[in-house]
Write a protein that binds this ligand. Sequence first.
Ligand SMILES: Nc1ncnc2c1ncn2[C@@H]1O[C@H](COP(=O)(O)OP(=O)(O)OP(=O)(O)O)[C@@H](O)[C@H]1O
Ligand SMILES: [Mg+2]
Length: 251
Amino acid sequence: MLNVKNVDVTINKRPIIKNVSFSVYPGEVLGFIGPNGAGKSTLIKAISHIVRYRGSIQWHGQSLKQMSAKARARFLSYVPQSLELDIPFTVFDAVYMGRFPYKSNRLENEKIVKKALDRVGILHLQDRIVATLSGGQKQLVAMAKAIAQDAQILILDEPTSALDLYFQLQLLDMMKELAEEGRLVLLAIHDLSYAYRFCDRLTLMENGQLTHLGFPKDVITTKRLQETYHVYTKIYEDHHTTAVIPLRVIE
Ligand SMILES: Nc1ncnc2c1ncn2[C@@H]1O[C@H](COP(=O)(O)OP(=O)(O)OP(=O)(O)O)[C@@H](O)[C@H]1O
Ligand SMILES: [Mg+2]
């Protein structure tokens, strides 16, 4: 279980995350939704130990703060919204970086990297320089790196924002599979239809606070979307899916 307790993040003396607590279990996909600037990225960066926080974050009772970065990387992998690499790394090398927490068995690691590239559908890009890829392709490289890292907790910041429809669905299906394999998947996501469909539970963030946590049908309601996003929406449901249709802004 991942246990986040009383987490605060302060940047330049401004409280950005305020007293956030929740627990989540392996096998779950937990989505973070909320308006721009609500604190989703900052909270998931705190959980990923990229920004400093006060409070406690434990994985099966073990404090993540007290682990070395290398030890933590065996538990947790963070996928940023865009992978910016200044060094002219190839796709293969970038994904190979995901193997850094493990012993260096070159042949074994290469096999794992190829498998991750194949699973994400970008094996054909393996010799390309990451900096020359499209935004969506870079997002897929970051995802392949996380898969090669083979961590129990995957944390993704808007993983579908630069992807076309095919790769959006492919990536979200893959996340579900990874959760079904017993991993924990946390992701920030703006698309509420996808949030509804692919997340087991959702957390709604507003002004640095976690205001609601529950099943998608309980968190996403037209009334709450009016209050939180200041938008009128229609929630469309049929036997196959639920979609959140934005209608117009509330003046
Ligand atoms: N390094 C920083 N320095 C100053 N302010 C910051 C920093 N990082 C985040 N913030 C502020 O913290 C607040 C939360 O930002 P955050 O990126 O976590 O929001 P978000 O919910 O991810 O938004 P979005 O949906 O736009 O990605 C914003 O007001 C942002 O300006
Ligand atoms: Mg963000």
